[in-house]
Design a protein around this ligand. Sequence first.
Ligand SMILES: Cc1ncc(COP(=O)(O)O)c(C=O)c1O
Length: 434
Amino acid sequence: MRRTRIEVDVIGQTPNRLKTRKPRPFDLGGSARWLEAHMRAAIRRGPLTRREQGLADRLMKLKREAGSHSPSAPTILKTIPELRMRVDACFLSNPYATELFLDHLYREVIRPGRLRRVLEFYPSQNRVIAGKLADALGLPVERLFIGNGAIEIIQAILHRFTGDKILVNLPTFSPYHEFVRPDTQVVYNLLRKEDEFHFDVGEYLRTVHREKPDTVVLINPNNPDGGYIPHAKLTAMLEELRDVPNVLVDESFIHFACEGEGFAYRTLTRDMERFPNLMVVKSMSKDFGVAGIRAGYAVMAPERVKALLGNGYLWNSSGLAEYFFDLYSRPGFLADYERKRIHYVRHSRRFFKALSHLPGVHAYPTHANFALLELRRDDMTAEDLVCRLLVRRGIYTRACDDKKGLEPGRFVRVASRTRSENRYILRGLKEVLR
Ligand SMILES: Cc1ncc(COP(=O)(O)O)c(C=O)c1O
């Protein structure tokens, strides 16, 4: 039987077996089998030892210092070098797409010696990059705003267009309530765990009519629970939101939310003409697995793009982000990406199903590339689970204690990774939960 070669990212370290091999340009590390064999000796059950507890305490301190966002894997490894992180299931990206980007980068930029050019010279201006993306997306360039990651665009929108009241669902991606102007009031629409974080359109519209916000934010699929509003339902609701000046829909995880046949996904960027108040924000970090290059875009009315550009953003993409957008505009790259996307979505679904059978936890239904787990036992907190997974198994997951709208101590978010990493995460979870 032919075995598929599936890589496991051994973050920040090279296993001895690989050190002896001729290095490949971007070695993603050993197989899950190697990882399992290597880790088995190190696995202990029961309470943490003093040494392990010491590592867990340092980890928690780091997490507290990072505020409402998790410390990145490189930050953790730099601060706690004794920790052996094997799998980053905290940050939310498609690892197969990262590999695709790296392959191109190596072949087209690094090997032919073009990296210097990318680093030494200014990248193209915002409008030039928008032009490249416009062709690829089939959208008018006047409607496109390029950002140094979606987060820059979110901040720009909140500061330029949001007035005195914004409505945000809870739980949510926290910048939507953290980074508003001091004079903007944030009101919340609570998604309840008792309803599996289901989005109730009727209730939402009643809140909008009562509160009269000038901006509403919808993340679809939502982070951190993965809940999804189907396209038809969403466009019907947008009809009801015509009087709201700013409707911001964040589609950063839309490539993982399939509707209908053949793993197709439906984006609102095709509906811009119908809804002048609509702004669609899209990160490239998740589906393309390139958070480090900081690339994102937004689609909105041309006068809004003009207004944002009036505040600057001339060279806000890096040379690497521009290279990424160049790739994005090539049909061959997109066809390869589609294969990676479908493969990832397919096996992520199996992973989420397996998570739903874990004892003592509830896995909420998800249409994204992560799942929100609720601990339904009293002998372990979310922090305990996260620390044990990381200290004993090298698996980094996210405790959601800092997320508004989620009961502290109960919720952990786990990202889907490669197929073998997911197997490894499942085994780790089973062991820690035993
Ligand atoms: C819903 C959502 N939007 C935007 C972002 C930020 O994306 P970027 O890395 O492009 O800044 C995140 C990151 O987690 C997110 O969850």
